[in-house]
Design a protein around this ligand. Structure first.
Ligand code: NIG
Ligand code: FE
Length: 406
């Protein structure tokens, strides 16, 4: 019996552990893996004696924690390329939404699609995100907006996790838009979500968290509060699409519920940011949606830094506002659009993305954590946010196993 399943040597390691330099660098590093977890990490010269079933050289490439995409809507029917074109001709996102397009056009296509069709359409998007370096991907429902289709979306998300090596976290986003069938009685829809959908999803363990969209084209504070209360009753942690297009007080509302994260945040106030800090709510920034919508108001990055709110970055992969399937491109965009530093971006797609999902078993390279590791053909971790369109991933390990990339 060997002490370790795998020993990786000759690595430069960006552990992303807090406390040292901003990347937590170990030069001349080695990592021992056992049972899918990191058994030991450090300078190779300090490696304790032990035998490994398999040994591999990283050839001086860089190892980082595998990336984590903590905000996606990658299960959906159809696409919205025609709306993208319309918007470029001057029609606004809100105007399209109000005339029955936008999220609702994806709802129609999603309801019409079979579960197999949804699965088959989502798989290449999931593979593309994985091949950008991600081992953990969150997937939201929210294009069903009825009990049957919301449940089907979550089932498809679970099946995507079971059929791949990727760790999928499923989020119930039933309060994403007012369904057409409840146009004049949104509160009735909220009632259905609280009284029937949330209990059914919780009972079947179909979701790991609950999300909602607080916005003048979606739900108001009172409605979100009702949904969050129901989530709390059923033991589901919450997160919120907050202050994306207007300041709806979303950051503060999410924080007061102890939300794992508040996402978007372009219009969040200083008070909202302070409440997030007080409640340890992660700020998830979504540059793909910002750039696709041609937004100009940036999230309050300096305020988040000043209050030491952990910042995560994600693709927001969705057909309407962020047809983006690369976590690394999301990092590259966050630098350019939000002036995040490359180190903030890497923390935002590892350590802080794990926090945004309530996961403390991954996101940094340290003994006891999952052996989810990305090996990069780069000369420094900052390169991950520098290049646009490159594919520097050399290998991806999920729970200690090398994944074959597409
Ligand atoms: O994160 N903001 C709401 N939800 C998505 C957009 C979904 C859509 O337009 O289909 C977002 O940007
Ligand atoms: Fe989103």
């Amino acid at each position: 019996m060997s002490d370790w399943d795998l020993l990786l040597t000759d690595a430069k390691i960006a552990t992303m552990q807090e406390g040292g330099d901003e990347y937590g660098v170990i030069e001349d590093g080695a990592i021992a893996i056992s049972g899918g977890k990191i058994a030991w990490v450090g300078k190779a010269s300090l490696l304790p004696g032990g035998s490994a079933a398999e040994t591999g050289s990283c050839e001086n490439k860089w190892l980082s924690p595998a990336l984590i995409d903590c905000h996606t809507h990658l299960v959906f029917g159809g696409d919205r390329a025609a709306e993208f074109e319309q918007r470029l001709k001057g029609v606004s996102y809100e105007a399209i939404a109000r005339s029955g397009g936008g999220i609702l056009s994806t709802v129609r296509a999603t309801r019409e699609a079979s579960s197999d069709q949804l699965f088959d359409a989502a798989m290449p998007r999931l593979m593309a995100i994985r091949d950008s370096g991600a081992a953990t991907v969150e997937i939201k429902s929210g294009y069903g907006l009825d009990i049957e289709t919301e449940i089907r979306m979550l089932e498809v998300a679970r099946r995507l996790g079971e059929s791949t090596d990727i760790s999928v976290r499923a989020t119930l986003l039933a309060a994403h838009a007012v369904p057409p069938d409840y146009k004049d009685s949104p509160d009735k829809y909220i009632e259905l979500v609280c009284n029937e959908l949330i209990p059914a999803v919780a009972e079947r363990g179909l979701a790991d968290a609950l999300d909602a969209y607080l916005e003048n084209i979606a739900f108001d504070k009172q409605q979100v509060t009702r949904v969050f209360d129901a989530a709390r009753t059923h033991g589901l942690p919450v997160k919120l699409h907050a202050d994306q297009l207007t300041d709806g007080g979303g950051a503060a509302l999410a924080a007061r519920f102890g939300a794992l994260s508040a996402d978007h945040l372009e219009f969040s106030s200083a008070d909202g940011v302070a409440e997030m800090a007080a409640n340890k709510t992660v700020a998830v920034l979504l540059p793909g949606a910002f750039v696709t919508l041609g937004e100009t108001q940036r999230p309050p990055v300096n305020g988040l830094r000043r209050h030491q709110v952990p910042i995560a970055v994600a693709t927001d992969c969705n057909p309407g506002t962020s047809p983006l399937t690369s976590v690394r491109e999301a990092m590259a965009l966050a630098c350019r659009l939000f002036q995040l530093t490359p180190a903030e971006c890497l923390a935002g797609t590892t350590r802080n993305a794990a926090r945004a999902l309530g996961l403390d078993d991954r996101g940094v390279i340290a003994a006891g954590k999952r052996a989810d590791l990305a090996l990069w053909d780069i000369s420094h971790p900052r390169d991950l946010s520098y290049w646009l369109g490159e594919q520097p991933l050399a290998s991806l390990f999920i729970e200690g196993h090398a994944v074959s990339l597409n």
